[in-house]
Design a protein around this ligand. Sequence first.
Ligand SMILES: NC(=O)c1ccc[n+]([C@@H]2O[C@H](COP(=O)([O-])OP(=O)(O)OC[C@H]3O[C@@H](n4cnc5c(N)ncnc54)[C@H](OP(=O)(O)O)[C@@H]3O)[C@@H](O)[C@H]2O)c1
Length: 276
Amino acid sequence: MMPILVTGATGTVGRCVVRRLLDAGRSVRALTRDPAAARLPAGVEVVTGDFTDPSSLAPALRGVERVHLVSMEGDGPAIVDVLVQSGVRRLTHLGHNDPSRPDDDPLESWHRVFHRAIESSGMEWTHLFPAEFMANTREWAPSIRAGSEVRAPFGDWNSTMVHEDDIAAVIVKALLEDGHAGRTYQPSGPEPVRRRDAVRMIGEAIGRDVEFVELTPEQARDLWRDIYPPDVIGWFLEMGRYPDGNNWVSPDIEQVLGRPGLKFKQWAHDHAADFR
Ligand SMILES: NC(=O)c1ccc[n+]([C@@H]2O[C@H](COP(=O)([O-])OP(=O)(O)OC[C@H]3O[C@@H](n4cnc5c(N)ncnc54)[C@H](OP(=O)(O)O)[C@@H]3O)[C@@H](O)[C@H]2O)c1
């Protein structure tokens, strides 16, 4: 059986894709920049490659027709070119798309060039542009473990965060089944969850009260100064401009998987060990 190449295999979504493909009895090849640190399951063929050097991907693509690609960095069209030249026929692509941002936004324009290269490649492509990941709340783990509190702005920010394993389940369907070519899925959770409620549910999952301490945007900027670059901090703080948050529920998970997406309560239960 031809192996399926999973890039981003050591990442939040990629690890779930690898596990689901193994569970489906498929042969999995996993790309990483550092095989020694990859900690992938037994039976996975681990290969080295780096998006910033597209030619380094060619050996990983030998004998492969189906690929899961995560867009992280590098020259998008050059990466797509290597995939096509290597004979890839089917591609799932996990990335990001924010149509509300202008074409001259540097980050958006990098993504859009990548998307166009994929769409004109001749491969059977499926884009996945998910909502915010539930897994992003893992950034609270150190302060919950140390002091049972989360200090963050915008406690009422409401977001249809999505469980990474639901994104992976859609990816695996699109890799293994026909009927997903040329589709763009935007997996989201089944309901919006406010920041302060997410903190409460993590507390319930670990059996401890966890306090949400609401910061002003200025206090958040000070807290994040040493952690994130200024443009990322600016992007986070822009949230405050949208009081209802990002509360659109996408129908895609239910349509593709035939069941609603997993709720944040489930995610908190699945990841309780990270917060204890
Ligand atoms: N977080 C969110 O809320 C959110 C929302 C919507 C969309 N997304 C999209 O989701 C994607 C991130 O997925 P994720 O969170 O599962 O990933 P992640 O946990 O951040 O892990 C990143 C993965 O990419 C690999 N990688 C990074 N740079 C690489 C390079 N130069 N060459 C080869 N591999 C490289 C890493 O592999 P090694 O370190 O092993 O090499 C790792 O497996 C991005 O495209 C992002 O835009 C995220």
